[in-house]
Design a protein around this ligand. Sequence first.
Ligand SMILES: Cc1cc2nc3c(=O)[nH]c(=O)nc-3n(C[C@H](O)[C@H](O)[C@H](O)COP(=O)(O)OP(=O)(O)OC[C@H]3O[C@@H](n4cnc5c(N)ncnc54)[C@H](O)[C@@H]3O)c2cc1C
Length: 478
Amino acid sequence: MSTQTVLKDRISKIVGEENLSTSLVDLAICSRDLWLPYFFNIVDRKLWKLPDVVVWPETTEQISEIIKLANEIKVPVITLGGGAGVCGGISPTRGGIIIDMKRMNKIIEIDDKSLTVRTQTGIIGMELEEELNKHGYTLGHYPLSIYSSTIGGFLACRSAGVLSNKYGKIEDMVLGIQVVLPTGEIIETKPVPRSATGPNLTQLFVGSEGVLGIITEATLRIHELPEERIYISYRLKSVHEGLEAIRKIFRCGVRPAIVRLYDEYDTKLTLRSLGLPAEGCLLILSFEGNSKLVKVEKEITENICEKEFKAENLGEKPAKHWWIHRHDQYWMLPTLLMGKMIVDTMEVAATWNKLEKLYFEIRKVFEKYRVTAMAHFSHFYQEGGSIYFTFLKSKEKGKPIEQIYWYIWKDAMETCLKIGGAISHHHGIGLLKGAWLPKYYGNAYKVLANIKRILDPNNILNPGKLGFGGMDEARKIF
Ligand SMILES: Cc1cc2nc3c(=O)[nH]c(=O)nc-3n(C[C@H](O)[C@H](O)[C@H](O)COP(=O)(O)OP(=O)(O)OC[C@H]3O[C@@H](n4cnc5c(N)ncnc54)[C@H](O)[C@@H]3O)c2cc1C
């Protein structure tokens, strides 16, 4: 009997025949995310490595049984959230079982007193947010993929929403989780506000990209809906001036919700579309929460931007316009161009003393390969921030586009490592950045490798990701 037949037979006994599929369409749709090389394949009419079966469980216990079965017959298990990752995190490069989490979408409890929500993790971000809004709450997590990604995917990749400056990244929102280990055992970490109980095991699984466990439930911190949200926009002379102004704002303890500084290239595109002179660097900000507090935060920010940095006040329009239209741009560009040319994004992070250097050095990489690139800086901390590059390059005669793609990533990642930045701020590693993760960790990577070996002796969960397969694994999808 083929592996597929065995899996079909045994898994249907766990979840019921109607909750699994071996149809080519389901296998193809559920075995990819939005990583660019898939689009190269689509344009070339090539199919990627498929799994044997896709399963839609509804309970943690079913997931546990499936994983025990996978250990028995030694096949990989890959967790699919929304499939909106951009790094090849769900690619079943060695076949096996895809566990699609989307039926694990129940909200278990909203605790009004503690301001927490307990939810299954297959729920789409916006569905959770809308339910919270009905009760007068917000998670405060608004990534641009909120309509297409799950809470589990956010947790597995350490996602950042556009209001992260105020509410934090997803790892700052999680109190406790339920996890199915690679052996099928179910564990829980306690949802407490803080603890001094040894290492933080919740955070071991957060960011582990389906390699160390499947996160099935999470308790997350929530907030009362803001009384007021106000916007303000500025034009600064340069990236340097813009970053200095933001550094000052954060040093004062002010925490705007949105902070987006566009470099000269991104500013041109953004301000032109608003009919404003496309010069300098656009900075958009919003403040939200208690009305009195946000007015004070805005006043301090105005003082810094206008008095110290002589920034031109552009009023609320550019910021408000961005907030209202923030989802519009994202589907047009990829649909039209992806696969026919390189259209990708790169998000890195560094402390203030390295951030500007990191920006200019990665720009040099793009210039070397004659790549059109623009950037914005949108997630900040008292100690530094992140840079988000969008880059495009059309095909060149005689040079395979996949090869140029890898050269660009290689040079950019090595540049980031040399400067001492983080090779990802919120998209994660997947297959795309796996080759550079061991270099990023140095000899500490051994610790991660040992944890993986001990938790997953049969290498069942998402094999080859988080750097455990290097570049060879990444090339398997072509
Ligand atoms: C248009 C667009 C905009 C985006 N904007 C943002 C943004 O603003 N901020 C941001 O952070 N990211 C953004 N992303 C990237 C992406 O949405 C995030 O990486 C997100 O965290 C992926 O979640 P998902 O549910 O889609 O996960 P998937 O793509 O399904 O999976 C991603 C990884 O997580 C693992 N995984 C999924 N669920 C679980 C689970 N329950 N337990 C264990 N492992 C699991 C998978 O195996 C895989 O390795 C954007 C992507 C797109 C396409």
